[in-house]
Design a protein around this ligand. Structure first.
Ligand code: ZN
Length: 397
């Protein structure tokens, strides 16, 4: 063996050992980097190639476990470029893209993985989620049915299949209108232009609220206009609910034939939820989520905003801490108070400190801060805290 090749061989062994050490210690990217360097020196070496393949897979599984989907997506793209015949690389990247809500790309990778081996319930379940999120309900039904047959013990698959089956039964009879940022599903019996009118209203709302928070969600939002009865049956919402956003906007307004003031307000309310979810995920206290939705509904969606006087209710008011949790189980006057208070406090914040600080608060929550720490970051420069703001607001009533 010539001397130069000996040198490469020896450094490969030490690089390879180094790489294994790094991988074992959890430094996947460092290990991958070393193996790539070794492969540059000895491009034909099957052992290095096999180790790199294993390293990519180990890295993928580790990032999946950490829920670090952005890194997972990048590393798996690199892995595919290294070896595009590994089903797991497509599956893992598809999984990451699904969680990142990059549905069109997720579909490409998952469909690719689907064609590379035996039917797999988990894969079909993910594909079902992509179809569901992009409002292709029949496709979602088909793959979820297959997934449920393959793994009848999997609770989540069974539940989702059941949900899609029930929703599809209702939606099958309805019409659709497709726009740039929204897909509207509606009953066009009375007025076939209703979908188009809703779409136009929503595009205005998209710009109006988007510019206020300087945020324009990317994935197309599905909006379904149900009758009261369908809405109650499908969503199991409390009877006072005027709408719902659970990844799709669902409104109980069936039977209408034009977009009236009430529908417009509901669309403002629910679309604010869309923006907030897109910014901060689930790290949103209910008072903030509902307070901003009510602000959108009353101050943007309506010409007159009637606020309920809370001043005489002081003794009955909820603490903000209580209003951080869901309102679902409230009844009667409690519901009204919870919404009124949320609106009143959010209105107070915006009135005193403006939308820029409100945006700051939302993005602090997006970073995973607690509400108290997020308030410190957004409003701390004014010398106030979560507690003192609550006190000041109460005194202002
Ligand atoms: Zn709401």
């Amino acid at each position: 063996m010539p001397a130069a090749s000996w040198g490469a061989q020896r450094s490969y062994i030490s690089d390879n050992n180094q790489a294994v050490l790094r991988l074992n210690s959890g430094d996947f990217l460092g290990g991958i980097e070393l193996l790539k360097q070794s492969l540059d020196k000895l491009p034909g070496d099957e052992t290095i190639r096999a180790n790199l393949r294993k390293a990519y897979l180990a890295a993928g599984l580790a990032f999946l476990k950490r829920k670090d989907y952005a890194t997972l997506e990048k590393v798996m793209l690199e892995a595919q470029q290294f070896d595009d015949r590994q089903r797991n690389f497509w599956l893992l990247r598809g999984h990451a893209l699904l969680r990142l809500q990059r549905y069109d790309e997720a579909e490409v990778d998952l469909v690719q993985a689907r064609g590379m081996g035996e039917p797999d319930a988990q894969l079909l379940y993910m594909l079902g989620q992509v179809y569901y999120a992009t409002d292709r309900m029949s496709e979602a039904f088909d793959v979820l049915e297959s997934a449920a047959l393959l793994d009848s013990q999997h609770q989540e698959i069974g539940q989702m299949f059941d949900k899609v089956r029930r929703e599809l039964a209702v939606e099958r009879e309805m019409d659709k209108e497709y726009g740039g940022h929204f897909i509207i599903t509606f009953d066009g019996d009375e007025n076939s232009d209703l979908g188009l009118e809703v779409l136009k209203t929503l595009e205005d709302i998209y710009n109006d609220l988007g510019s206020r928070l300087d945020h324009y969600p990317d994935p197309r939002v599905t909006v379904i206009l149900y009758s009261r009865k369908q809405f109650a049956e499908l969503t199991r919402s409390p009877d006072w609910a005027g709408g719902l956003y659970d990844g799709k906007i669902r409104l109980p307004v069936g039977g209408i034939n034009r977009v009236d003031e009430r529908v417009k307000q509901s669309l403002y309310h629910e679309y604010m939820h869309v923006i907030l979810r897109d910014i901060a995920g689930n790290n949103l206290p209910y008072w903030l989520n509902e307070g901003l939705a009510e602000t959108a509904e009353r101050e943007f969606g309506s010409t007159e905003s009637a606020a309920f006087p809370l001043g005489q209710q002081q003794a009955k008011l909820f603490s903000l801490q209580v209003l951080e949790g869901p309102f679902r189980n409230y009844r009667g006057q409690q519901v009204m108070l919870a919404y009124e208070q949320s609106y009143s406090f959010v209105h107070y914040l915006i009135d005193e400190y403006g939308w820029v600080q409100m945006r700051e608060l939302l993005f602090a929550l997006a970073d995973g801060l607690t509400i108290s720490a997020a308030v410190d970051r957004a409003f701390g420069i004014y010398g106030v805290s979560y507690q003192s703001l609550e006190k000041n607001w109460r005194e202002s009533l």
